[in-house]
Design a protein around this ligand. Structure first.
Ligand code: NOJ
Length: 493
């Protein structure tokens, strides 16, 4: 047989395992599930002894969102979690990713005072999930810092890392028997840039500080990494042996596609990935900040007249403390961006964008959501998980968020098209590229409070009538799509 024929038969064989009449089957134990976060769905913002988070505080004192909405009631999941679990059961979701509201169980943020009603709520939620055979993946921090801790400087104060560790210990102790996957901190990249710098796209983020010197964003990233590592070590030394769960940080990234194969474009492309994803992943998976960040920010800081780099240096002890604090890779991803070279202008103004300095654009053939900000290029997710696996070799990748923004309608074929093509590409990554993705989370189960966009943007597969007293839930077409895919363990069948 000549080599061309061999290649043909080889391809046919490989494809035969994966594709059944154009559809793709889930391999082995691959699971799909759904996600939400506390402030976005729970409501009950001051119910039964819950303390205020900084989002409760900010949005009850000012209009900071597109529609002046807030999370006071949202989907009222605090009262309707059993109904939501029944929906998950009906949809055949393999797991539920949700977050604990820190100030619901520790009203002041400190571990000296607990709120029993909040603890009971999460315990019953976890027990009900278990009874329904739905695994729990639990986020400890999805952006809702107890307002009481904001007065100490929030994520700029290194003591916050200690307080977060104490909170994590309480959560592990109370809930750890029910949790296999712990997610310490959600998307520090977004809340450091959004909360302390000027991040384009998400609108207001707590605490809403500006950063003329482009230093707070980097300090925030250091404190978030120390907090994550503190929680990881607590789990590792005090709980792992008896609870046997896994812990990691949630990293977010778009896929960045180089605009050409020109050396300069490729250099810019790599730099973008390092500044976005490597910023948080490199310290955890390889140790220390990415070299390109260390060098560029030091050089620019010097040119701007700073005595030291705006990116805080990590001591060897800190590097060792953060390095290796993962049991798997958790990834949130939605969109793709094209990246090319941009010439540096003379050093003047400190800024994260100038620290990165790339040309960013989109390919006109990609699909843009009509409402919201997701840009669909399905191959991007396959390339991204492969890049992550090649760079960090984490052993396991859990896609903790992937979803589509839309307006408020039930026949959401646009969402189905997006989720189908993204899931297909994830399966290609697993079956063809050998990337160990084990879980895929659709964001989100129900319509949520979408941060700076308020309620103007929908992510849910289940619609919520936010005007109704009952916060009525209605399946969108995508919920039926999910049910079919999860039940048949096959996409496109
Ligand atoms: C990232 C965040 O984790 C989540 O809270 C948000 O709703 C989605 N992405 C969509 O913007």
């Amino acid at each position: 047989m000549n080599w061309l024929k061999k290649l043909f038969w080889y391809c046919l064989l490989i494809e035969g395992f994966i594709i059944v009449n154009g559809s793709k089957k889930f391999p082995g134990t691959f699971k799909i599930g759904v996600g939400t976060s506390a402030y976005q769905v729970e409501g009950g913002w001051n119910a039964d002894g819950k303390g205020e988070s900084w989002w409760d505080y900010a949005l009850n004192t000012q209009c900071n969102t597109a529609d002046c909405g807030n999370g006071n009631v949202a989907g009222d999941n605090y009262h309707k979690y059993k109904e939501d679990i029944a929906i998950m059961k009906d949809l055949n979701a393999g797991f539920y990713r949700f977050s604990i509201s820190w100030s619901r169980i520790l009203p002041t943020g400190f571990a000296n005072e607990t709120n029993q009603a909040g603890i009971d709520y999460y315990l019953d939620l976890l027990k009900t999930l278990k009874e329904n055979n739905i695994d729990a993946a639990v986020t400890l921090y999805h952006w809702d810092l107890p307002q009481n801790l904001a007065q100490y400087g929030g994520w700029l104060n290194e003591q916050t890392a200690e307080w977060f560790g104490e909170y994590a210990r309480v959560a592990f102790e109370l809930f750890g028997d029910y949790v296999k996957y712990w997610l310490t901190i959600n998307e520090p990249h977004v809340f450091c840039l959004g909360g302390y710098g000027s991040y384009h796209g998400m609108g207001f983020m707590c605490p809403g500080e500006t950063d003329e010197n482009a230093t707070k964003i980097y300090q925030c990233s250091k404190v978030a990494l120390l907090a994550h590592a503190t929680a990881y070590h607590i789990y590792d030394t005090e709980f792992r042996a008896k609870q046997g769960g896994k812990v990691t940080l949630v990293t977010d990234s778009s896929w960045y596609e180089p605009i050409s194969n020109d050396t300069k474009d490729l250099e810019a492309w790599d730099r973008e990935l390092q500044f976005q994803l490597g910023w948080f992943a490199h310290p955890v998976y390889l140790g220390n900040w990415p070299q390109v960040m260390i060098e560029r920010i030091a050089e620019r800081s010097k040119g701007e007249g700073f005595a030291q780099s705006r990116l805080p240096e990590l001591s060897q002890e800190e590097i060792d403390f953060i390095n290796g604090t993962f049991d798997f890779f958790a990834l949130n991803t939605y969109s793709s961006t094209l990246i090319g070279w941009a010439d540096d202008s003379p050093i003047s103004q400190p800024s994260y964008d100038l620290d990165t300095n790339v040309y960013a654009t989109s390919d006109p053939s990609w699909t843009f959501a009509e409402v919201g900000y997701v840009v669909s290029w399905p191959l991007g997710i396959r390339k991204l998980v492969k890049w992550i696996n090649d760079q960090y070799n984490p052993g396991e990748i859990f896609i903790t968020e992937n979803g589509w923004t839309s307006g408020d309608y039930l026949n959401d074929t646009d969402r189905i098209t997006y989720q189908t093509s993204y899931l297909e590409n994830v399966l290609d990554a697993v079956l063809i590229d050998n990337v160990p993705v084990t879980h895929y989370t659709v964001w989100s189960l129900i319509d949520t409070f979408e941060w700076g966009s308020g309620y103007t943007v929908k992510f849910g597969m289940v619609q919520i009538d936010f005007e109704s007293d009952n916060k009525t839930r209605t399946y969108k077409d995508s919920a039926n799509w999910f049910k079919k895919v999860a039940t048949e363990r096959c996409v496109g069948c």
